[in-house]
Design a protein around this ligand. Structure first.
Ligand SMILES: O=C(O)c1cc(C(=O)O)c2c(n1)C(=O)C(=O)c1cc(C(=O)O)[nH]c1-2
Length: 268
C-alpha cells in the first residue's frame, strides 16, 4: 500500500481515528472555550457600548431592565430544570447554590430582589416589571430556548452552556463603572445586583469549568460543549438585537412595553 498516512478510504482495516476526531488536550479544549467568548460574547454588542458609555435614554434603560428581567427570573428555573435530571447528590448540592444566589432567603432575598431594586431605581414599578407583561416576544422565545436547552441536552452541554459566566465579571465591572459615571439613578444600592455577581459567578465558573474539562474527554463531547457555549452566546446576543430593534430603532413589537408604561409614579 506504500505511504498511506492520512488516507481514510473505505479500507475496512484502516481503523485509526481521523485527526479531527482526536480529543483535544485539556489546555487546547479550555483555549477553544475561551475563543468562543472572545469572538461572540455580548460585551461586544453595540447596545452595551451605548449603555456603558452613557448614551442610552432613560426609556432605553427601562426597556433593558424590563426585558432582562425575563432572563434574570428564568435563571433559577433553568437551574431547577438542570437539578431535576441530575442523579448525583454531590453535583446537585453544588448546583443548587445558583438558585440560592438568585432567590435568596425570605428576609433579604437574592439577585431577583436586587434586580427589582434596580427597576425601582430607574423609575419603574417593580410589581409591573415582576409581572413580565412588557417583555418583548423575541426575548421570551430566546430565554425559553435556553431553559429548554438545559432541560433537554446532554448533561455536559447543559453545564457548558452556563460558561458564558467566565466572561461576565469583566462586563459587570465595566457596567458598574459606566452606570455610576453616567446615570443619576446609579448608586451602590440600585446597582448592587452587579457587585454581588462579581463573587457569585467566579465560584460557579471554577466548579463548572473544571467539571466540563474533566468529563468531556471524547472529541465529540468536547465539540458538543463548545457548541453549547456558542449557542449560549447566541442567547445573549439575540436578546440585545431584539432590544436594539425595539427601543433604539423604535420598532416596538405588539404587546411589548411602551415608554411611559409601568412607572413607579403610577403606583396607587
Ligand atoms: O450581565 C451580564 O452580562 C450577564 C451575563 C450572564 C451570562 O454570561 O450568561 C449571566 C449574568 N449576567 C447573570 O447575572 C447571571 O446571573 C447569570 C447566570 C447565568 C447562567 O447561564 O447560569 N448567566 C448569567
Amino acid at each position: 500500500m506504500g505511504d498511506c498516512e492520512g488516507w481514510h478510504g473505505d479500507n475496512p482495516v484502516n481503523i485509526s481515528p481521523r485527526h479531527e476526531d482526536w480529543p483535544l488536550s485539556r489546555a487546547e479544549f479550555e483555549a477553544r472555550l475561551h475563543q468562543v467568548g472572545e469572538a461572540r460574547y455580548h460585551d461586544k454588542h453595540r447596545f452595551h457600548d451605548r449603555l456603558h458609555g452613557g448614551q442610552c435614554t432613560m426609556d432605553e434603560v427601562q426597556a433593558w431592565v424590563i426585558n432582562r428581567w425575563q432572563y434574570q427570573s428564568s435563571i433559577p428555573m433553568k437551574d431547577a430544570a438542570f437539578l431535576s435530571r441530575c442523579r448525583d447528590p454531590d453535583l446537585r448540592r453544588i448546583w443548587r447554590s445558583r438558585i440560592e444566589d438568585h432567590d435568596g432567603a425570605v428576609e433579604n432575598g437574592g439577585g431577583i430582589r436586587r434586580w427589582l431594586r434596580l427597576a425601582q431605581g430607574v423609575g419603574l414599578d417593580p410589581a409591573y416589571v415582576a409581572s413580565g407583561r412588557g417583555v418583548m416576544p423575541a426575548t421570551r422565545f430566546i430565554v425559553d430556548a435556553y431553559i429548554r436547552f438545559v432541560r433537554d441536552e446532554p448533561l455536559i452541554a447543559a453545564m457548558a452552556s452556563s460558561l458564558t459566566e467566565m466572561f461576565a465579571p469583566a462586563i459587570h465591572t465595566q457596567r458598574i463603572a459606566g452606570l455610576l459615571a453616567h446615570y443619576d439613578f446609579a448608586d451602590p444600592e440600585t446597582i448592587a445586583y452587579f457587585g454581588h455577581r462579581l463573587t457569585e459567578a467566579p465560584k460557579d465558573v471554577q466548579f463548572t469549568l473544571d467539571w466540563v474539562l474533566t468529563h468531556a474527554v471524547t472529541r465529540a463531547d468536547q465539540e458538543a460543549a463548545i457548541a453549547a457555549l456558542t449557542f449560549k452566546t447566541d442567547v445573549l446576543w439575540a436578546q440585545l438585537d431584539a432590544l436594539w430593534s425595539g427601543y433604539v430603532e423604535g420598532h416596538i413589537p405588539p404587546g411589548a412595553w411602551k415608554p411611559g408604561e409601568g412607572q413607579m409614579a403610577d403606583r396607587p
